[in-house]
Design a binder for this molecule. Structure first.
Ligand code: PMP
Length: 353
């Protein structure tokens, strides 16, 4: 006789969900055993790569589109336009197909070919443009805005400064983490592109715990936010760069807003540590994550060392490595970034390209 599968214990819901949009969120919280044992803390990764479009940005995409619908700005047959380095575009392309909207994506031409190909396969009209700074009117965000303004029945979702993005994390990701940890959580850390994930989750955890849960920014080189926080609010010029696609910021976005002032601190993670963690997570946990997720995990480990044993620290596993594998697992690419030596001898076997 077949025994019933203990559905709830395995993290399944007991009901079906409504289409693509119903499947966004409710991702598992994974205890990273190697790091937890090493630090004496519980280090937990929110598996956002399990969203139906494959990344944390499915949440922002859905939040932004639903907000526009509620405001009456997006009508049947309408067009959704965004400037995005990739994952928001993928989320938006899925949401638009599911809801019957057209999707136009402007992106810097420095992004990986896998992401561009996928967007096109999802039916989006992709427009790669030269990667110029935000201050330049030809920046991909400004071009997206201009196109939406010139197109009838089109909206610019404006992921950086439309706070419907952080709001969606406040309403979903934050409460999920609070429930999944059984309210036993000391700290949260994650990196920032738009700031939606960090600000939305940090604000929820701060408010629900009366300030007991502390949140920390995890930042790559080339972002100004680490020095902004550690200098007590001085905004410097952007300099340097990182292999971590989708994160790092040159300004205080509206999504980060005032929440940045409530952060307990910031950690800056060099690329050598992030790339090594991509390989380590694969080797010790069997989890295949992209570089921004790996940076988050390094930050969680460093935080564990700072805070001491016995703490529960949560971070975000933003997406899988699938979208970057031609880079992250290529010896030639690693060498071109000076990162070949960052991979320890025993993990070099994973460099297969
Ligand atoms: N990681 C990846 C891979 C991303 O694409 C993004 C978004 N650009 C982030 C992290 C950061 O998320 P957020 O925009 O919510 O700050």
């Amino acid at each position: 006789m077949l025994r019933p599968i203990p559905l709830l214990r395995r993290g399944f819901t007991t009901h079906s969900v409504k289409g693509f949009t119903g499947a966004v969120g409710s991702t598992p919280l994974i205890r990273l055993k190697g790091l937890s044992e090493r630090t004496g803390c519980d280090i937990l990764g929110k598996a956002e790569f399990q969203n139906p479009g494959g990344s944390v940005k499915d949440r922002a995409a859905l939040g932004l589109v639903e907000h526009a619908e509620r405001q009456g700005l997006l009508k049947p047959g309408g067009t959704v336009v965004e400037g995005t380095a990739g994952n928001t575009g993928i989320g938006l392309a899925h949401v638009c197909r599911a809801k019957g909207y057209k999707c136009v994506i402007y992106m810097p031409n420095t992004q990986s070919q896998e992401k561009i190909d996928l967007l096109r396969m999802l039916g989006a009209d992709v427009r790669p443009v030269p990667a110029v700074a935000y201050e330049n009117p030809k920046n991909y965000n400004h071009q997206a805005k201009e196109y939406a303004e010139a197109t009838p029945n089109a909206i610019w979702t404006n992921q950086f400064d439309n706070t419907a993005n952080a709001e969606f994390h406040f309403k979903t990701t934050g409460p999920e983490i609070w429930t999944q940890t059984g309210h036993k959580i000391d700290a949260f850390t994650c990196s920032t592109g738009t700031g939606g994930t960090l600000a939305g989750v940090a604000r929820y955890l701060r408010e629900v715990s009366n300030g007991k849960v502390k949140s920390y920014l995890a930042d790559p080189p080339g972002s100004v936010l680490y020095s902004y926080i550690t200098s007590g609010g001085k905004l410097t010029e952007r300099s340097g760069s990182s292999i971590t696609e989708g994160i790092g910021q040159g300004r205080i976005t509206d999504n980060l807003g005032t929440e940045i002032k409530h952060l307990a601190g910031a950690l800056q993670i060099p690329d050598e540590k992030s790339i090594k963690m991509v390989y380590e997570m694969l080797d010790t946990e069997g989890i295949y994550i992209g570089a921004s997720s790996a940076l988050n995990v390094v930050a969680a480990e460093e935080l564990a060392k700072q805070l001491g044993p016995g703490k529960t620290i949560v971070t975000i596993l933003c997406d899988g490595a699938y979208r970057y594998q031609s880079r992250l697992f290529s010896r030639q690419w690693l060498a071109s970034k000076g990162l070949e030596k960052a991979i320890p001898e025993d993990l070099q076997k994973y460099i297969v390209l």
